[in-house]
Design a protein around this ligand. Structure first.
Ligand SMILES: [Zn+2]
Length: 463
């Protein structure tokens, strides 16, 4: 079980509203799937919906409709009924694999049709909002209380794009921005797909247990929804309620990462040019965040580099990438994250952890400074000047030796203090997934990728 992370509230209204809609819509889908299962277990439609509404008081009557009404001019997603064929769980005998496959296929279809569509919409809007935020900040426009509706009508004539295609067709995206947005979307989609697997696992688990324990259909359905009587912390991951909570964590964290990608991506091509012409370097400062870790990072100056040049996503030292910068040694890039990294080793990124609301603010270090009193980037007054943190970034000779690619086992290489494992192409995705979840596993490297040559062939040369 994941440790409890304090929830944080984003300070920008249109961000909060986008999250509110996505959350409510996905809740409604999950709810609908559970209602469908309840009915299939033999409950009447009314009983199933009542059960879905009546427990811990979260879903008071009208919960969904009030949120959907609020956003009706912005979103047109429907929540259609989910109805497995009658009697799918009906006769009380354990279900066969074939029956489960059939049932799961029904959920897959429903999810593909509705959850993924809304997710694309949210990812596109989240990214566009990140771009707008940079513009608002640049023009010194107050923006934190702007609603999603206002942004949509002021900047997009009420038709904010809802698909990647619409966004690319109607708005200026350079190539590297498209790459970033595509990547962010597929990352979010992966989490949404995982929720689908959790739902299927949860239903199967509860139904099987219920059948084994001779529970009535109503009892099984009720366990499915809440099962919280003995479980007030909701540690039972198989109830609808804990699925929804998990989804909320994913939604807030992933929306923040798409939004931040939208803040950084427009500057990536200039960041690329800055590798040759340091005068073009793009700097940001880390703003906001409410936990002690984030507070200690407020005002940290970082430099944007293109994601395409990052070989080791767990190292953020500009120097280790061969970039000398007198102002900071910390590199950021779109998509930089702390997934699978222990807190002691967290990198400077936004979001840095679940529910994180910290953000990167563009800074022109010649004319602007970070004011620790207002916690904002401000125009420089004559006497204030940016004082870079006094940190010695030089890496000792011994450490330099240690950081070189070195063979440490069969198919294993240590490089920059990380362990890499060479894997065949067909195993790469699975291994990558596993290593994202468990930081103690080696980082997989596809044997047919350029990184393989860089890391493994270099290691053989260093022997
Ligand atoms: Zn924090």
């Amino acid at each position: 079980m994941e440790k409890k992370q304090a929830k944080e509230v984003h300070d920008v209204k249109y961000f909060r509203e986008l999250l509110e809609y996505w959350d409510a819509y996905m809740y409604a889908l999950i709810n609908e799937i559970y209602v469908g299962v309840g009915i299939s277990l033999g409950l009447s439609e009314k009983e199933a919906y009542d059960l879905a509404k009546n427990k811990p008081g979260v879903l008071q009557k009208g919960f969904f409709s009030s949120i959907f009404n609020k956003f009706k001019s912005l979103f047109r997603h429907k929540v259609p009924k989910f109805r497995p064929k009658k009697g799918q769980f009906g006769d009380g005998s354990p279900m066969t694999e074939v029956q489960w496959d059939k049932f799961n296929a029904g959920i897959d279809n429903y999810w593909r049709e509705y959850a993924h569509k809304v997710t694309e919409n949210i990812a596109v809007k989240g990214f566009m909002l990140g771009r707008e935020t940079t513009n608002f900040r640049k023009k010194k426009k107050p923006y934190k209380n702007k609603s999603l509706y206002q942004v949509s009508f002021d900047q997009y004539d009420g038709e904010m794009p809802s698909t990647l295609q619409e966004a690319y067709k109607n708005y200026d995206f350079d190539k590297s921005e498209k790459i970033v947005l595509n990547k962010s979307f597929s990352n979010v989609a992966m989490y949404v797909q995982e929720t689908n697997s959790e739902i299927k696992e949860a239903i199967r688990q509860q139904v099987q247990t219920g059948i084994t324990e001779n529970k009535t259909p109503i009892q099984i359905a009720s366990d499915l929804y809440w099962n919280v009587q003995k479980d007030e912390e909701l540690v039972n991951k198989y109830s609808a309620e804990s699925l929804k909570r998990n989804f909320h964590r994913i939604a807030q964290t992933e929306l923040a990462s798409v939004y931040e990608a939208g803040i950084l991506a427009p500057h990536e091509s200039e960041a690329m040019e800055s590798l040759k012409d340091p005068a073009k370097a793009k700097y940001f400062v880390r703003l906001g965040g409410t936990c002690p870790w984030c507070r200690s990072k407020q005002g940290t100056l970082v430099r944007l580099i293109p994601a395409s040049i990052v070989e080791d996503t767990k190292s953020e030292s500009l120097r280790s990438m061969g970039i000398k910068d007198p102002n900071t040694d910390i590199a950021i890039w779109p998509g930089k994250n702390n997934v699978g990294i222990k807190k002691d080793n967290w990198l400077i990124c936004c979001p840095a952890h679940p529910y994180n609301v910290a953000t990167f603010g563009l800074i022109d270090i010649k004319d602007e400074w970070y004011n620790p009193k207002t916690k904002e980037v401000e125009e420089r007054q004559v006497k204030q000047k940016f004082v870079p943190q006094d940190i010695d970034y030089t890496i000792g000779k011994e450490e330099k030796e240690y950081r070189k690619p070195t063979i440490v086992g069969e198919n294993l290489v240590r490089y920059n203090d990380n362990i890499y494992e060479a894997v065949p192409a067909h195993e790469y995705n699975r291994k990558l997934e596993a290593s994202r979840r468990d930081a103690s596993l080696p980082i997989p490297v596809n044997e047919s990728s350029p990184s393989y040559r860089r890391i493994f062939e270099a290691a053989r040369g260093n022997k």
